[in-house]
Design a protein. Sequence first.
Lengths: 223, 55
Amino acid sequence: MATNFPSSLDSFTNPSGTDAMDSVTVPHATQHTNLNDAVEALQSKVGVDGSAVTSSLDYKVAQQGLTFIKSQTIGSGVSSVTVSDAFDSRFDNYCVTMNSAVSSSAGASLRVKVGSVATGYYGAMEDTQYTGTQSTSTSNNASDLTVGLISSVLGENAMTLYVYNPNITGQRTAFTSLGHGYNRAFRGGGQVTNTSAQTSLTILPAFTTMSGGTIRVYGYNNG
Amino acid sequence: MITMATWTRQELEELHPDGSVSVQVDDIVTVMSTDEWSAWIEQQVGTEKPEEELP
């Protein structure tokens, strides 16, 4: 029997210890043939490194747009959360989401840092309240970058943060953010002038603590 | 001119008592020492209080 894989799963008859080599039901040579065919079909399905065969798993994985890197549950009453090993050489750009966290005060700014870099952050974050009132927070050679807002109301806080080039030596790291919190929609952008390769990200609520929720990090396929 | 209320040290200490503030690195949560906590509180003294949330 030739293999049916990958159209369907094979169902081979296993030989027993008492079967003769020339068994009618499980001839020895046929056993090898079936196994060889099945292994070759598996190899075709998996694909070689850098496969250009569009039906192979190697090709499909390489075409995947976003790769999940890690998630971090936020503890209770923390003034900052550092996610280590968030960035590496596989990806230039990253998407970081944070939701379901709450602040201990009514509302606060959300700030970010990369690695141990504590200077040279520049950027602006604009927010609009439901009433239409708008305001802008700026970071001008600051020790961190303001990217969003967080409140004490469970469920209303959500942020997507995009991080560009954090692990590329010689380039600055840039950030853009979108989200909602503290009765406001916000958007922001900025950079840090440090050009060392960074591997970690720290999110900190300004002048308060936060609890609960999850930070998730994804890498964008470089293509 | 609108004048926003600002935090006093006493208010901040009541909101964030010593021993209640931690720093998290991955899954490791470490409570700030009293000196670290005091310095963290001091950074906030005089900053604007947030408004209360709308319903």
